[in-house]
Design a protein around this ligand. Structure first.
Ligand code: ADP
Ligand code: ZN
Length: 718
């Protein structure tokens, strides 16, 4: 019966609903529509392939209107179905990622504002903050409020007093189409072999997943750029996913040099007008090459022939709010539904990815050496037990000597410590009280740049109290342990003439900031980079020859399944920033356990031995990818209700061979944003239909009103 359609309505908790076709119209699957729901109209998308009998009763209401949005194409609809099923999400929740900020997309006319030069009659702190942040920026009220981190009311107030003036926005301009033959480099033999395998797969069409493994500096980008060229020649579109939007500017410049025109960017930092233009061009196929964050996976590409997941091992591809999904896996599934090529590129592929390559599910391409004959860096340990730094300092003598030598040669240094802020812990010398976040089981982290204490989990901030909040003694609070800001202080005290750049998510807040940093480092305006995991990614600085890892043991304490894998990848990646060009690189790892397997593998460049051991451990314990894993986080603002709900779930756990439920236990973050959290872990054999079992289990157990259950399939932090 074609007179009625099934619509996924964009409302949490509601399943798909049936509606009559609007008079005289026939609607296709994928069409965005407005439908009546009670007294209101809400948005939805016409969907196909959903089970369940059609509504046959009386009083079927009609679709109220058709929205002027591109169709959600068939392969993307099937991807949405898969994501909803596999990750136990609602289709409406998944569709919210497909139709981002719908209000903005549907708006007729976009009005942007920028500073007019008029001074405000009255300057509040919020207004000063906005004025400082909006210098040189234009955007809608919402864009500007976000950019300045103030409320929309503050922005509207500034519009009212004429400090912000409206301007007309020209229809979103797209860059010229990329030219596949603009400036192809001459490839080295290993690069050429890998590139040929990729271009053949792209030209042939059909689902073709690849692992492109190449040591740091081996020229993976040049290789997959050939695959992009093949997709362009075939008339299709290509998407490159990056783990960090801050890095898009440098990367965009590189692709622009290769293809004669920049790619279209997709990330949360776009203005409304840019977002709308990009969305339309991706849907109608004019945007041929797109670079984006993981959210780009849900865009309605017209003809997606190729997806590259760059730095595919990065944990930031795992989304941990809203729909919990892993972009690496979703990219592979999308390629499967599109019948397209997908390339996971990494120097340190995840064990999940390695095992797929070993099983032959993914084709494995290898670049074993650095480009242009550059040597791999020389990695050695600094044994902190034998040569500790002096008290209150964190750089041990051997690393300090290496820094001095490197600076004397006029070369650049990178110091890595994966900890934002000044000190991870503030403690009272008198009573031992640690300053905790009021909303989370977490210490408040001191940030000296902003002179505040901040919770890295919920964002709660406060000024450093003048007296201990517990015993009331004044001036007893001391900073314990180092963060990058403290390392910067030590460096400034020791190498006063050196020019320092701090590279963390606090300082590199936008692609523009990242581009400025890259320019400063390349222009030799920086001598020492000090950074968190942000510096491990993708940078190529020819004059950088020394990398110092302040605390190589840091990541190992967490004790979760991926702690050592993640630490290995992180150190290998940061080490890979050293000596990428003519000058040889050197890496010093400060550690208390130089004899540990992980340190030895890094020092001897024996990644194979490390991964073989890690993989064997996972296999023995039937952990992913040899078994399935899901975490259920049961939370409530009321501790007893969360506990009782978790207990009730455990008691109703499905009894099934090959499936085991562990817990409940307090979650590693027992309180987060004011909610008490308990965790159940589900392990299962690979053959067990885990999603169906979980879904069935969750609907059987009634939970209190205050209780929320979040299911994390293939969890990362649990
Ligand atoms: P990876 O991503 O594998 O770490 P990159 O792709 O950043 O390595 O390449 C390292 C450096 O070598 C870059 O500066 C890149 O431009 C250069 N390079 C790689 N392959 C070629 C090539 N075939 N011709 C010229 N330069 C190349
Ligand atoms: Zn907090």
């Amino acid at each position: 019966m074609a007179e009625q359609v099934r619509v996924v309505v964009m409302q949490a908790g509601l399943g798909p609903l049936d509606y009559a076709m609007p008079a005289g119209q026939s609607l296709e699957a994928g069409q965005a529509v407005l439908v009546p729901l009670g007294p209101r109209q809400i948005m939805g998308v016409v969907w196909d392939g959903l089970e369940g009998p059609a509504f046959t009763g009386k009083g079927l209401r009609a679709v109220a209107g058709v929205l002027p949005l591109p169709l959600v194409p068939e392969p993307l609809r099937r991807l949405c179905d898969w994501v909803a099923d596999y990750y136990l999400a609602s289709l409406a929740g998944v569709l919210r990622m497909v139709l981002p900020s719908v209000a903005a997309l549907g708006e007729r006319q976009i009005v942007e504002y920028r500073l007019s030069g008029t001074q405000p009659p009255r300057l509040t702190p919020e207004r000063s903050k906005a004025l400082a942040a909006l210098e040189g920026r234009a955007g809608t009220v919402r864009d500007l409020a976000r950019a300045a981190d103030v409320s929309e009311a503050v922005i509207r107030g500034l519009v009212n007093v004429g400090v912000l003036a409206a301007e007309t926005v020209p229809a979103g301009q797209l860059p010229a189409p990329p030219d596949p033959d603009f400036a192809p480099p001459a490839l080295e033999p290993a690069q050429a072999d890998a590139a040929r395998a990729l271009t053949e797969a792209v030209a042939a069409g059909g689902f073709a997943p690849f692992l492109l493994e190449g040591v740091t500096g081996s020229g993976k980008t040049e290789v997959y750029a050939e695959a992009i060229a093949a997709a362009l020649r075939a008339g299709g579109q290509a998407l490159v996913l990056l783990p960090e939007i801050a890095l898009t500017a440098a990367f965009t410049a590189r692709l622009a040099a290769r293809f004669g025109s920049p790619p279209v960017a997709w990330h949360s930092d776009l203005k409304t007008s840019e977002r709308r233009a990009a969305y339309a061009a991706i849907a109608d196929g004019r945007a041929r090459l797109v670079v984006g964050a993981r959210s780009a996976l849900f865009l309605p590409f017209k003809d997606l022939r190729l997806t590259i997941v760059d730095e595919a091992h990065e944990t930031s591809f795992k989304q941990e709010d809203g729909v919990h999904y892993h972009a690496r896996d979703v990219a592979v599934m999308r390629a499967q539904f599109e019948g397209a090529t997908v390339v996971l590129a990494s120097a340190t592929p995840a064990i999940e990815t390695r095992v797929q390559a070993e099983r032959g599910t993914y084709r494995h391409l290898l670049l074993p050496a650095r480009f242009g004959g550059a040597a791999m860096p020389d990695i050695s340990a600094v044994d902190l037990r034998k040569t500790p730094p002096v008290r209150g300092r964190w750089i041990a003598p051997p690393l300090a000597a290496a820094i001095s030598e490197t600076l004397a040669r006029g070369e650049q240094v990178l110091l890595f410590l994966n900890r934002r802020g000044y000190a991870p812990l503030t403690l009272c010398r008198a009573c031992g009280e640690k300053i905790n976040c009021p909303n989370c089981t977490a210490w408040m982290v001191e940030h000296r740049l902003t002179r505040r204490l901040a919770c890295h989990h919920c964002g709660h901030e406060m000024t450093v109290p003048p007296a201990c909040p517990s015993c009331g003694e004044p001036d007893t609070l001391v900073a314990c342990g180092p963060g990058v800001e403290r390392i910067a202080e030590e460096v400034a005290a020791t190498w006063g003439a050196a020019r320092i750049a701090l590279v963390t998510s606090d300082t590199i807040t936008s692609p523009a900031r990242a581009a400025a940093l890259v320019a400063a480092v390349e222009g030799r305006e920086i001598d020492i980079l000090i950074g968190t995991q942000l510096v491990t990614k993708g940078f190529h600085f020819p004059e950088l020859t020394l990398v110092g890892v302040i605390d190589a043991d840091l990541g190992l304490s967490g004790g979760d399944l991926r702690a050592s894998e993640r630490t290995f990848a992180q150190i290998a990646q940061v080490a890979g920033r050293a000596g990428r060009s003519a000058k040889p690189g050197r890496v010093l790892l400060q550690t208390h356990q130089p004899e540990a397997r992980l340190m030895q593998a890094l020092i001897h460049g024996d990644a194979a031995a490390f991964y073989a051991h890690e993989t064997a451990t996972r296999r023995d314990l039937t952990l992913p990818p040899f078994g399935r894993l899901a975490a259920l986080i049961v939370s409530s603002e009321k501790e007893p209700e969360a506990r009782a709900a978790a207990q009730a779930l455990a008691e109703a756990a499905p009894a099934r061979t090959g499936l085991q439920v562990l817990g409940p236990a307090p979650a590693p973050l027992a309180m987060l944003r004011g909610r008490h959290r308990f965790r159940l872990l589900v392990t299962a054999r690979r053959t067990v239909p885990l999603s169906a079992i979980l879904r069935d289990w969750l609907v059987r157990v009634p939970l209190g009103n205050s209780v929320r259950v979040v299911v994390d399939v293939d969890p990362y932090s649990f």
